[in-house]
Design a protein around this ligand. Structure first.
Ligand code: IPE
Length: 247
């Protein structure tokens, strides 16, 4: 399949969430094989922090809204994410994928309005040269504040817009966006349709995760899919996987 696909591998998929700094080796190897056997021409991978990034960020009191100016904290969180990135790139390489690391802290920042500024020219050039760039949730310089965390999901939105990607996949441990009964919602075209199931439609999203994700994906302009690891092959084949989200 020609076109550009942006794939986020959730931190809970690539790491063992309850064991500090532990890569989920078998799961990661299986995902890497699925990526290697896809015939999509251009793939950008973004992975989350899981048991690498989150504990270090929490230890230093840093989040996407709580900033730090402590360089040691920045180095510590960045190093943990670099370690995980090396493991993900390594697993992809072992499967024969032309994976290369891209560290967002070195490439972008959040401006004074809080907008993520991430240039994508270098990522487009990497794709053009046949590489599979592998980005990750990271620390990010934040104008007027110091350094905050940028989530993999935010990077996915930014990269998808910047590259005008054709399809977006969010692979996490859940098989899709779930309704109140725990069943996968096949398709979401408006937030109002599912706000209840996601714990309310308030923009300040205290329930975190999924509601904010769905809102951002609806605004993308490219179809996005939320699915579990087993559906990665379907996603790459261009079939519907998990929940399809398109506003
Ligand atoms: C978090 O990225 C990155 C850091 C904590 C440094 P994400 O928010 O995308 O990670 P997951 O997928 O939830 O683990």
């Amino acid at each position: 399949m020609t076109g550009t696909v942006v794939l986020k591998l959730g931190g809970s998929v690539v790491t063992e969430k309850d064991q500090p700094e532990t890569v989920a080796g078998d799961r990661l190897a299986a995902l890497a094989r699925a990526i290697a056997s896809s015939d999509v021409s251009d793939i950008v991978v973004v992975h989350g922090g899981g048991s690498f990034g989150h504990p270090h960020a929490a230890e230093h009191g840093v989040s996407s809204t709580d900033a730090t100016r402590d360089p040691e904290a920045v180095r510590d969180i960045a190093a943990a994410m670099e370690n995980l990135n090396s493991a993900v790139v390594g697993a992809l390489a072992d499967a024969g994928v032309a994976a290369v690391p891209v560290h967002p802290f070195s490439a972008g920042y959040r401006d004074a309005d809080g907008d993520l500024e991430l240039p994508t020219g270098h990522i487009a050039a990497m794709l053009e040269e046949g590489f599979v760039p592998v980005l990750h949730g990271d620390v990010l310089t934040t104008a007027g504040d110091g350094v905050t965390i940028v989530s993999g999901d935010d990077l996915v939105v930014s990269v998808t817009r910047g590259l005008d990607a054709d399809r977006v996949g969010l692979c996490s441990t859940v098989p899709g966006v779930l309704d109140e009964d725990g069943d996968v919602i096949p398709e979401i075209t408006a937030f109002e349709d599912v706000g209840g199931a996601l714990g309310g439609s308030d923009a300040t999203d205290v329930t975190g995760g999924m509601a904010a994700k769905v809102r951002a994906l609806l605004a993308l302009g490219s179809p996005a899919f939320v699915f579990g690891p087993d559906a990665l092959g379907d996603f790459f084949a261009g079939d519907d996987a998990g929940t399809r989200i398109e506003g």
